[in-house]
Write a protein that binds this ligand. Structure first.
Ligand code: NAD
Length: 471
């Protein structure tokens, strides 16, 4: 019996376990579906099957793998509305805005971009006596573990380059959003050969079984710094290669010559994309005293025009927090900031007795740089705006944390912005935008935000092993 993967009900019926664990819509508390729970034995089975499938997959031509990735993108586009609805209901993010439809669109875009990349051998030495070339071979079986904030898109970031290079992949999605990833893979597996891409849903324990597995050659992990550290410890035993995309606490710095009205929209979405639940979202904004009131007022205006609500209602562009744990972290940090005397410009006062985990869009002014709301990764729809009087002070504050994922500089003179950008300790620094990822441009963290790069040809290198051939 073939199932219609282009409707929400059809899609869900292919992945749901009627006796499995309930997933609740974080906006309404309604049951979205029931997930199968994988076990460590399922990891063993999936890794063994991935190993068996890998030599055939790697022996196909790069063109053939690209063709299949393009067909996978076609399949995602054909099921886009059903995938977006499931994602919206399970993760909470609205269909509209830079949210569920945007995420599904990005999945197709990243599949196509990786299909188009080709990692050619590099000539290292070419003289009369010696010729040496650097080739890139598949690493083997990739174990990928992901978070709940952008569950589909981050899975694609992990598996699209891996598959392109001839690896096979076992994915362990977050226990908060397993249906979204299983549905995406069900759609894609309509076109891929068996066992090239497998999902094993389950808890952190199942994730640990994958990342410590003796037959996994490469681990791609996106999630918290704490889990990344645990994975790195266990990888010492297997010597699996690692790409770790971990937590952040991105700073934005507005320069004296910026135009508050012109940048307000992009500043707002740099912070509030996916209701702030984004690793590379702006989490703290440094504004010079001379522009402080204007920037604050302009941001409040954008907040007023950005409705928050149930994801399936088309007018909404902001949604709930994904889970209670995240809601509690955000509520506690904002309350502590209020208690310390910080000034709430908008939000900061969640409605009692509401269904779902809605925390209002919150802008906080007159807050000290060492306040925990600034210094910790709060991962919610909140932006603390910190006043500075001296640019050196702002650069120092931006750089003083242990993490370094993204950052941004906002001003009207590009050369000046570039000078400040070069001094920021982060894997990516954007000018007059924030968090604008692009499949052609490498992305990754420094310091405790992790290491290894994703996207572009650099991304392909990180899912390969170097092989030097010389004569
Ligand atoms: P998390 O670390 O709690 O969980 C991530 C995944 O790891 C889940 O699938 C979980 O089941 C699994 N896991 C838990 N313990 C494990 C273990 N011991 N071994 C192997 N796997 C294990 O993170 P989260 O709460 O899902 O995600 C939010 C965090 O992810 C934030 O810190 C955010 O900044 C970060 N993040 C980073 C990026 C990036 O690109 N740098 C992108 C998105 C999210």
């Amino acid at each position: 019996m073939s199932t219609d993967l282009t409707t929400f009900a059809g899609l869900l019926s292919t992945i749901e376990d009627p006796n499995g664990r309930e997933l609740l819509d974080p906006a309404t508390g309604e049951v979205v579906g029931r997930t199968r729970e994988g076990s460590t034995a399922d990891i063993d089975t999936a890794v063994a099957a991935a190993r068996k499938a890998q030599s055939d997959w790697a022996s196909r031509s790069s063109e053939e793998r690209s063709e299949l990735l393009n067909k996978a993108a076609d399949a995602v586009e054909a099921s886009a509305e059903a995938l977006a609805e499931l994602l919206s209901r399970e993760q909470g993010k609205p269909l509209n805005g830079p949210n569920a439809r945007f995420e599904v669109g990005a999945c197709a875009a990243w599949l196509r971009a990786n299909a188009a990349f080709e990692l050619e051998p590099e000539v290292l030495v070419d003289d009369e006596e010696t010729h040496a070339e650097l080739h890139y071979a598949p690493v083997g079986v990739v174990g990928a573990v992901g978070p709940w904030n952008w569950p589909m898109m981050i899975s694609v970031w992990q598996f699209a380059p891996s598959l392109k290079m001839g690896n096979t992949v076992v994915l362990k999605p977050s226990e908060y959003t397993p249906l979204s990833v299983q549905a995406l893979v069900a759609v894609i597996n309509e076109v891929l050969p068996a066992d090239v891409l497998t999902v094993v849903p389950g808890s952190g324990e199942v994730g640990a079984a994958l990342t410590s597995h003796a037959d996994v050659d490469k681990i791609m992990f996106t999630g918290s710094t704490k889990t990344g550290q645990a994975i790195m410890r266990s990888a010492a035993d297997t010597l699996a290669r690692l790409t770790l995309e971990l937590g952040g606490n991105d700073a934005g710095i507005v320069l004296e010559n910026a135009d508050p009205a012109a940048i307000a929209g992009d500043l707002f979405w740099g912070a509030f994309i996916n209701t702030g639940q984004t690793c590379a979202a702006m989490k703290r904004l440094y504004v010079p005293e001379s522009l402080y009131d204007q920037v604050c007022e302009a941001l409040v205006e954008v907040a007023k025009q950005s409705p928050m609500g149930v994801g399936l209602e088309e007018e909404n562009v902001l949604g709930p927090l994904q889970n209670k744990q995240q809601y509690d972290i955000v509520a506690k940090l904002v309350q502590a900031a209020k208690d310390s005397g910080a000034r709430v410009l908008t939000g900061g006062d969640p409605a009692a007795d509401q269904p779902g985990y809605f925390y209002p869009t919150t802008l906080v002014a007159d807050i000290d740089n060492d306040n925990p709301l600034v210094a910790e990764e709060q991962f919610g729809p909140v932006l603390p705006i910190i006043k500075y009087t001296d640019l050196e002070q702002a650069i120092g504050w931006a750089n003083e944390l242990e993490v370094g994922l993204g950052s941004s500089v906002w001003g009207s003179v590009l050369e000046e912005c570039k000078k400040v950008a070069a001094r920021l300790q982060a894997g990516s620094t954007w000018i007059n935008k924030h968090g604008a990822v692009d499949p052609r441009i490498p992305f990754g963290g420094v310091k405790k935000s992790g290491f290894g790069l994703e996207f572009g040809l650099e991304g392909l290198k990180h899912v390969s092993v170097p092989h030097v051939i010389s004569w």
